[in-house]
Design a protein around this ligand. Structure first.
Ligand code: NAD
Length: 481
């Protein structure tokens, strides 16, 4: 079995504990790699290395243009090794190889884009209202960043943090999910090859309690960039409050897809199917509530089920596979328990609703794509994030009612609107309380487009020009002359 090491201060190291834990291949339901079981001692070492790199030496004195060059080189190396990284992620996470080739192929764009921004951060001269005074601002790196990522898209979500943080001149300690650490560790080989000075990027692996807690409460950390579940997010925010660390949180979602009667139904069906079943529903933006107008409800559902039933499940490495396994065993059990809960609440299961019993799924953790009709938005299945291939269908009559139901959730990450009426599209975009609204499309993301949540879906934005500001402090300098 492959045995990984942690990466601290530019060195590959065993964890202080000397212990390792297994990482599983979800298609085979078998362990395939050993991951270092780090603890507070490794966190201390990594934060010290990051602080040293921040304050002294090559990185601390590097011109932003040079930092930009390093980022672009790093992006090029990721592009070169995209196939290897994609395969690691498929093995560790169960994501489809076809999807990962696209995703890892796109990741370099973040490093190129933020590399380009590194030397375009400018302060301002303030036209101050005092005589004989010169006042200007400068933007400085916020400091040592703790980046914490979940298991569902390890490389992409690490990228969303690393690219702007590095462009801003920060140094980073990254803790990937205990379920999917391998690809982030593999990325560190490219960090070395690109020539980042030691300590600029460090990886400590392990569990939330052993590594996440000491990292987010560490006095040497200035900023936390966290993606994960709501409960962990709450812990992180509480820890951050002790020393008022800057915090970006990307949390969960219960995103609504609104299908209006004037929509192109075939297009909407395709968008809603991929919006919920892509990545086996394990995306924060999963369109897990379908709000469909009563006049087209039955026709839409028939088309939806007809298409969703054709989804090919099986080996994620197979280019034809459309739905892969659930990534972790606990998540597999959680999805099944949510399905049982929906049944108990009286929702009508019109498709799936059970583990996939298909030979091509082998021993993997597969759940059939599942659709519940007759859902009322007050039910738990409509309110709780399942993070799996489970869609709840809710009927509506009036547009206002659709917006009210869509917004009646603790979350506010994303929404989809399917309509051919321009006025309706603009109105919906304004009325929906979500960080992203897609119209006649779903799931598109870009390094250029800000991404983040309203309400319990998080704090702050990733990607887009402004994301670099999440990693900078503004200093105001006054000079009397
Ligand atoms: P999780 O919260 O269980 O774990 C996320 C990370 O936090 C892991 O690295 C984990 O070890 C760490 N962690 C756990 N407890 C911690 C603690 N007390 N202190 C510090 N760190 C701790 O989430 P998950 O199950 O890995 O991921 C699924 C969740 O992530 C879903 O809710 C999903 O919606 C969310 N997510 C959000 C986005 C987004 O951009 N909004 C993207 C992807 C996933």
């Amino acid at each position: 079995m492959r045995r990984y090491q942690c990466f601290i201060g530019g060195q590959w190291r065993q964890p202080a504990s000397g212990d390792y834990f297994e990482s599983f291949d979800p298609f085979l339901a078998q362990p395939w790699a050993l991951i270092p079981r780090c603890d507070a001692r490794d966190v201390d070492a990594a934060v010290a290395a990051a602080r040293q790199a921040l304050e002294q030496g090559e990185w601390a004195n590097m011109h932003p243009s040079q930092r930009g060059q390093l980022l672009r080189r790093f992006g090029d190396l990721i592009a070169r090794d995209a196939d290897h990284l994609a395969r690691i992620e498929v093995q560790d996470n169960g994501k489809l190889y076809a999807e990962m080739r696209g995703q890892v192929g796109y990741i370099p764009q973040w490093f190129h884009y933020f590399g380009g921004l590194a030397d375009k951060v400018e302060g301002a001269v303030v036209p101050i209202d005092k005589p004989d005074m010169f006042t200007y601002t400068r933007h400085e790196p916020v400091g040592v960043v703790a980046a914490i990522t979940p298991w569902n898209s390890p490389l992409l979500l690490a990228t969303w943090k690393l690219a702007p943080a590095l462009a801003a001149g920060c140094t980073i300690v990254i803790k990937p999910s205990e379920f999917t650490s391998a690809s982030t560790i593999e990325l560190m080989r490219l960090v070395e090859e690109a020539g980042f000075p030691p300590g600029v990027l460090n990886v400590v692996t392990g569990f939330g309690a052993d590594v996440g807690e000491p990292l987010t409460s560490h006095k040497g950390v200035d900023k936390i960039a966290f993606t994960g579940g709501e409960n962990s997010g709450r812990h992180v925010l509480r820890n951050a409050a002790q020393t008022f660390k800057r915090t970006t949180l990307e949390l969960g979602g219960k995103s609504a897809q609104l299908v209006f009667p004037d929509a192109d139904l075939d297009n909407a069906v395709k968008g809603v199917v991929s919006g919920i079943f892509a990545a086996t529903g394990q995306t924060c933006i999963a369109g897990s509530r379908l709000l469909v107008h009563e006049s087209i409800h039955d026709a839409f559902l028939d088309k939806f089920v007809a298409l969703a039933r054709t989804a090919r499940m099986g080996d994620p490495m197979n280019m034809d596979t459309q739905v892969g396994p659930v990534t972790t065993k606990p998540q597999y059990q959680r999805v099944l328990s949510c399905i049982a809960m929906a049944r108990e609440e009286g929702a009508e299961c019109v498709m799936g609703g059970k583990p996939a019993d298909r030979p091509e799924c082998g021993q993997g953790w597969f759940v059939e794509p599942t659709v519940f009709a007759g859902v009322n938005n007050a039910m738990r299945i409509a309110q709780e994030e399942v993070f799996g291939p489970v869609l709840s269908v809710i009927k509506f009559r009036e547009d206002d009612e659709a917006y009210a139901v869509a917004n009646d959730t603790a979350y506010g990450l994303a929404a989809g609107v399917w309509t051919n009426d321009q006025r309706r599209a603009f109105t919906a975009a304004r009325r929906l309380r979500a960080g992203t609204v897609w119209t006649n499309t779903y799931r598109a993301v870009s390094y250029m487009a800000p991404f983040g949540g309203f309400k319990a879906s998080g704090i702050g934005r990733e990607s887009g020009q402004d994301a670099i500001m999440e990693y900078l402090e503004t200093k105001c300098v006054w000079m009397s002359y």
